[in-house]
Design a protein around this ligand. Structure first.
Ligand SMILES: [Cu+2]
Length: 492
């Protein structure tokens, strides 16, 4: 296949190629790759949106490659029912993936969409030259800039906006990856994917509904509301999960846009056969977790043996389960019991996080805002929140686990005081409790990460399920209980 392509290309180019061919790449693959002037007619780079990666360049001579990238400021979901105004390269976060060959001459066109409000530019870490192109590419809305660079070094490089305030431009999603292939190309694999982590700072809390503006103070304090792959929670889960079959090789181009956090990139249930840490040339093997610095990248490769859902996380693990840094690679194929016995655990492990489906929660929030919240809205929203928050221990059936987690179903403990659960959810519970005649001496941690609406909806669902007494809890009651808890001195 490759040789046929080469023959075609040779025929098309005629004698011009000979010069380039004699300037073959130096054998040491870390040397600068100036393989002479570009050969042949200029090529328009194929750009892709994440998680897709452009095809290998499959070319054996340096070319002039034209890249056209447009900056688009747009509102997109960052989580179910939560929107954010992202600033993007190419309309997506991360920005379009760019793929060229070492030694190529890249003619870069940066366009700033006329509907945008801000000036922008681009600093490509794969550029040798001041600012990585930033000064030459400063572009006002409705304008276009052009600059040219030679891709001297191979590797996987981050690009980002470098317009002041730089942190804000990066924090709004202005980053992506450019792969500068070695002259001989990368080893072929079955799948290549593009996954890039970023941290986001919103004025509202994690999963607080509605449009959320950027919070400069949280960004300076490095306290992200969201840490996500590919620009939003759930962008690579459920129907949008990455896919492979058993017995295939997968290469992921992993980037980290930051602006602040370093990623401990890990795939639960896989071992990276090969990693090129920091996107460089040295290969590392048999790696569990690889560090991806802010403004850095890595190439990871592994072979799939056993079907199931593999979970990509930042192993700074609260970010995965409480800030969104979670993606899924779904591997289909026959079981391989000799390597792994089976039994899928991802539902218990991930709860609602593997496929956030919080539409009812969004509906309830909107209804509450409009003053039209019904009991039914609350129950539906509460059920979705219960799954993945409370169900981990009390089970989706509300039956609990004998001796460990007490039942919420037909609980005489709840029936005795239907408002008591508000305090239990906010403050946790420990010491001996007797539920339906059985003693439990365990610990329930406070669920204080839930907001007032969420607690009210969950408890309304609990009260109206499994033979419990009914009734409802509203957000104001929860707010009062929270305030009492925060100022205990005020209570008597
Ligand atoms: Cu910008």
């Amino acid at each position: 296949m490759k040789s046929r392509l080469l023959a075609l290309v040779l025929a098309a180019l005629g004698p011009g190629l000979a010069a380039a061919d004699s300037a073959a790449p130096a054998p040491n693959n870390y040397a600068h790759g100036d393989f002479g002037p570009p050969v042949g007619t200029p090529i328009h780079a194929v750009l892709t949106s994440p998680p897709l990666v452009p095809p290998p360049v499959n070319r054996f001579f340096p070319a002039k490659v034209i890249v056209e990238l447009e900056v688009i400021e747009k509102e997109m979901p960052i989580s179910e029912g939560v929107t954010y105004t992202f600033w993007t390269f190419g309309g997506t976060v991360p920005g379009s993936f760019i793929r060229v060959r070492q030694g190529d001459t890249v003619e870069f066109h940066l366009k700033n969409n006329p509907n945008n409000k801000m000036p922008h530019n681009i600093d490509l870490h794969g550029v040798t030259g001041p600012g990585g192109g930033a000064a030459s590419s400063f572009t006002a809305p409705g304008h276009e800039s052009q600059f040219t660079f030679k891709a001297l070094n191979q590797g996987l490089y981050v690009y980002h906006c470098a317009t002041a305030p730089v942190g804000m431009h990066v924090g709004n999603g202005m980053y992506g990856l450019i792969l500068i292939e070695p002259p001989e190309g990368l080893a072929p694999v079955d799948h290549e994917y593009y996954v890039m982590q970023g941290d986001f700072y919103t004025t509202g809390k994690y999963r607080e509904k509605g449009h959320q503006p950027f919070d400069m103070e949280k960004a300076i304090d490095e306290k992200p509301t969201y840490v996500v792959f590919n620009g939003g929670e759930g962008s690579l889960t459920g129907d949008k999960a990455l896919a492979a079959k058993t017995n295939e090789t997968v290469r992921i181009f992993v980037g980290n846009g930051g602006p602040n956090l370093v990623s401990s990139f890990h795939v639960i249930g896989e071992i990276f056969d090969t990693v090129r840490p920091e996107g460089g040339t040295v290969e590392q093997h048999n790696v569990q977790t690889t560090l991806v610095p802010a403004g850095g990248a890595a190439m990871v490769e592994f072979h799939t043996e056993v079907p199931g859902s593999y979970v990509l996380v930042d192993h700074s693990i609260f970010r995965a389960f409480n800030k969104g840094a979670l993606a899924i690679l779904k591997v289909d194929g026959p079981e391989n019991k000799a390597i792994y016995s089976g039994k899928e655990v991802d539902s218990a492990y991930l709860g609602d996080r593997s496929a956030p489906n919080l539409a009812a929660v969004t509906k309830a929030t909107e209804a509450a805002k409009a003053g039209k919240l019904t009991l039914e809205d609350q129950i539906k929203a509460g059920q979705q929140l219960f799954n993945g928050t409370c169900s981990v221990c009390h089970q989706a059936s509300g039956e609990g686990l004998p001796g460990v987690f007490p039942p919420l179903a037909k609980s005489d403990f709840i029936a005795a005081d239907p408002k008591r659960p508000i305090h239990i959810v906010l403050g946790g519970l420990n010491g001996k409790v007797t539920v339906n005649g059985k003693d439990y001496t365990s610990v329930m941690p406070p669920m204080s990460q839930l907001n007032d609406d969420e607690v009210a909806n969950i408890l309304t669902f609990v009260l109206n399920s499994w033979g419990n007494p009914g009734g409802h809890v509203d957000a104001a009651e929860v707010a009062r209980a929270r305030a009492e808890k925060a100022a205990p001195a005020a209570a008597h």
